[in-house]
Write a protein that binds this ligand. Sequence first.
Ligand SMILES: [Zn+2]
Ligand SMILES: [Zn+2]
Ligand SMILES: [Zn+2]
Length: 360
Amino acid sequence: MVDEKKDVREIRINPVIPTESVLVATARSMRPKKEEELAPRDTRKHVDRCPFCTGNEHMTPPAIDTFPEEKNWEIRIVENLYPVLGSEVQGQNYVFGLQQAIDGYGRHEVIVDHNHHGIALHEMSEKHIANLFTAYRNRMKLLYDTDSRLRYVLVFKNYGPAAGASMAHTHSQIIATPVVPNNVQSEVENSHAFYKKNAHCIFCTLIDEALTFDATIYDKYSGEIKRKIDVGQYIIERSEKFIAIKPFASRYEWEVHILPLVHQADFLTLNPDDALDFARVLRRTMQRLDTVIGGAQYNYFLHSLPHTTADSGCKNSYHWHLEICPRTSIPAGFELGSGLFVNTISPEEAADQLRGVQLE
Ligand SMILES: [Zn+2]
Ligand SMILES: [Zn+2]
Ligand SMILES: [Zn+2]
């Protein structure tokens, strides 16, 4: 048997974006500074002065959409009061010397995920989470359909002060931009290159490996067993249609990705049945994370095929997914300067702990 608890020190390459690598270094001395103290989560149901709480709707811009209806909303979408992008085109593109600026055109909206102020995702019902992701889908579709200048609609959630959430009330955000964000573009391009070479989707291949791969890797010099990879070792949750995987090259200690098991490039193809199945996997995954970390503060974001003519040829090579990145340490100078993420818990150990949580 290999002792997985022994220190790991290796650079792992992201198979989708090989330029993005991770230093897995579990020795104590490598540990980046932990949060001084994770601020405790605000679990109150209702807060009088919170603009996202029921009864305070006048404190936000009018609702763009609500679910179910305005009066008894459970999910509410509004314009962001402090948008990072403006919905008016100002025609301010300009160039000087080597410098170039493009008009900050786009949409920035807030989705109040629930009428319960402090509810955590794993405390919501599966039905509610399915409705939330259906609301994301509908809003993304409408933005793509009505504004041809938008090239990408990014849905993300910051939960907890450690994840940069400025409002305690549970919410997500939509930022629609006239450019495809770099992270998504790299995934799209690299997976397309893999497809051209192998006639397979790289994400499907990774899922397949996670489900079937086992291997024993020996030390080149001593011949000792260096690592044993068991079938399913990186799988955190699995349902009929979705799978939650701990990436081998995880950037964050507790990072988990959820993907549809059957190839699907575009999140917009999610139907109500899929949404329920997805919600089950997400809810159980969040429950595991919350138990192991002891109150998960995290970012999650949806990566889906961009709606641009250039990317329509990537339907077979791109595979939508949700990346969940719990925040347990602060990136410091080394990470910022090198772009190399440092992960201080081996993904094998993290997967083991997450799988070990007993759920009802
Ligand atoms: Zn609130
Ligand atoms: Zn695929
Ligand atoms: Zn991604």
